[in-house]
Design a protein around this ligand. Structure first.
Ligand code: COA
Length: 569
């Protein structure tokens, strides 16, 4: 039988498949004067110079690659597709649409590099933009197809991106806006899109669950909405269709002709007038795109939210140390890692940090700080996650859980050599294993929001205890220098099996290490949505601050008491 505490914990969870939670941040509460925390010393000393410079050079290369990819995704499906979209189809580009929908351009884009360099080719932005932006002061998730990428059709990676955005909406209780402009499934890959649990149908399942969780959902049909896509607007609370460019049908005119011989226009089969006047699949008719996005803004204004603290911005101190120096602290390799407190002193308000158990288990650093005015509990890797460090981590995570304080993990782990040469060494490893398992349990069961930032390596079992993706952090970001893989490619050659002798074996082994390196890059990870995006070290503080404000918004909604999904009548 589970211990009583666990039962109580489970009973407190709301009825939500993602175990989302309600919590209170002091910053959001706001206005009590906190005691100032001690200031961290973050000077980069002459002894750090060599490592600092090596990291800086690597960060510069990574930054270059980051900017290159960013430019690539901004070009969407390329020049011809853009001309087809804007001139022939007379539609706005997806980023122009977002400009009209959102209050400002200060939105958090999720996984912009998703879909690059996949086995089935490049799918810029996975064919749809997703993120979190403010509409009339309320943070909302948006999912917007980019029809310049193969008609906005859904590749497997597009489905994954949409599902992740819905998961974020559920976990953080954020309203969702769908901007649909899609030819449905990308047919050549249908087997990877239709049948399984996390395939296309899951989008509609999620819409129903989100509705039952009282998460508002609004759709704009601003292009084709074919086959499975037709359910997206039909399952939202309210849907808007744009005249002349918006269509909804399960099968388009060519299929009707093939099946019945009848010639019918897209407009007559499933255009704006038909769906707003006859079928009732949408609720609002918009004569043009700007009117549709303005209507969404009006609808969001009807959501019952109390004023959020962001409407009365609070003041906070900047770090005392230059955030541009984070580039030299972003480790190129595990062996080039400097003290985690040098990073913290450049991330947190006023470089102030209230450390917990400063002299115990020093290979992780734990303590409290504010980031852009939001109180967080920080767990930062500072070496191998030893027995003592794991116990300290578990203790601190439970403290934050009891006090309803969100957790931030700064992860930099490496794979450990499992070779054991003595009984005492085996005992040390076994004790460490038990303590790491306890920390995993503490992290998994903490019901406060969690943010994970991979600042270096993400390897081996330690990465789970440091709240890796499978431990469901609310958000997970990577620095461009991050390396993600079961084992650390840098330490791999040392553990080469003894049998590798012939030149063929040698070649195979070298190929394996090369592949491991390629597959461990931050960009490889982000292309597959193993994270929510690559962020530059100097932008980190603002991204984390924004995430904490986004997470805190749920405290200001006024949800109705009953719980049933919205059914379109
Ligand atoms: N699967 C794979 N590729 C598709 C596709 C699909 N379902 N729908 C469109 N495409 C591709 C086209 O082949 C074209 O590729 P290209 O640029 O390499 O030539 C590109 O997407 C754009 O399509 P195109 O028809 O030229 O653009 P459009 O703006 O005139 O029309 C659509 C876009 C989506 C409205 C139209 O292509 C369409 O109706 N597609 C079929 C939708 C459908 O039947 N889906 C059923 C899915 S179950």
């Amino acid at each position: 039988m589970a211990p009583l505490g666990l039962h109580r914990h489970l009973l407190q969870l709301p009825l939500c498949p993602l175990q989302c939670c309600r919590f209170i941040t002091r910053a959001a509460e706001g206005r009590r004067a906190p005691a100032p925390f001690p200031i961290l010393r973050g000077d980069i000393l002459p002894i750090h110079k060599h490592v600092y410079e090596a990291n800086s050079r690597n960060s510069e290369t990574c930054r270059h690659r980051y900017l290159e990819l960013l430019q690539k995704v901004k070009e969407g499906g390329g020049e011809n597709a853009i001309l087809r979209h804007t001139q022939r189809n007379k539609k706005l580009l997806v980023r122009e649409r977002l400009k009209m929908l959102l209050d400002d351009e200060n939105f958090l884009e999720l996984s912009p590099f998703a879909g690059l360099g996949l086995p089935y080719g490049d799918v810029p932005s996975a064919g749809c933009l997703s993120g979190i932006g403010k509409i009339c002061g309320i943070w909302c998730v948006f999912i917007a197809n980019d029809a310049t990428v193969k008609g906005g059709t859904a590749y497997p990676i597009s489905v994954k991106k949409q599902l992740r955005a819905q998961e974020i909406a559920m976990q953080n209780r954020l309203p969702a806006v769908y901007m649909v402009d899609s030819g449905g499934a990308f047919l050549p890959l249908q087997a990877q899109l239709f049948p399984d649990k996390e395939h296309g149908g899951r989008t509609f399942y999620n819409e129903a669950i989100m509705s039952a969780m009282k998460i508002p959902q609004v759709a704009v049909v601003c292009g084709s909405c074919t086959a499975g896509g037709a359910y997206i607007p039909t399952m939202t609370d309210e849907a808007i269709i744009v005249d002349k460019i918006g269509t909804i049908f399960l099968a388009g005119p060519p299929l009707v002709k093939a099946a019945t011989g009848e010639e019918v226009s897209a407009e007559d089969l499933g255009g704006a007038k038909l769906h707003s006047r006859v079928s009732g699949c949408v609720d609002h008719f918009a004569a043009a795109e700007p009117e549709a996005y303005n209507r969404v803004r009006c609808i969001v204004s009807t959501l019952n939210f109390d004023p959020t603290p962001e409407e009365h911005p609070q003041e906070y101190e900047d770090p005392l140390y230059d955030t541009s120096e984070l580039a030299g602290l972003a480790p190129r390799a595990y062996s080039l890692t400097l003290d985690a407190k040098l990073i913290l002193s450049r991330l947190v308000d006023g470089s102030r940090f209230l450390e917990f158990k400063a002299d115990f288990g020093t290979t992780i650093v734990t303590g409290f700080a504010y980031i852009e005015g939001n109180l967080v509990g920080i767990v930062a890797s500072n070496g191998v996650l030893t027995h003592d460090a794991s116990l300290k981590g578990s203790h601190f995570v439970q403290i934050c859980n009891h006090r309803n304080i969100p957790l931030l993990f700064l992860q930099n782990t490496t794979s450990q050599d499992p070779t054991v040469t003595s009984v005492s060494q085996a005992e040390v490893l076994t004790n460490r294993l038990k303590a790491q398992a306890s920390m995993m349990a503490a992290v998994a069961c903490a019901s406060v929001p969690k943010l994970t930032l991979i600042i270096g390596g993400c390897h081996g079992g330690e990465s789970f205890a440091m709240c890796g993706r499978s431990f469901q952090p609310n958000f997970l970001f990577l620095w461009p220098n991050a390396r993600i893989g079961l084992v650390d490619a840098d330490s791999f050659p040392r553990s080469r099996p003894e049998g590798v002798e012939s030149s063929e074996d040698e070649e195979e082994f070298t190929d394996l290490v090369t592949r491991l390196k390629e597959e461990s890059s931050a960009f490889y990870s982000s292309a597959r949505i193993w994270d929510d995006g690559v962020i530059l070290p100097e932008d980190t503080r603002h991204v984390l601050g924004k995430c904490l404000r986004i997470i805190g918004q749920q405290k200001y909604e006024r949800p109705a008491v009953h719980s049933s999904p919205m059914l379109r009548m």
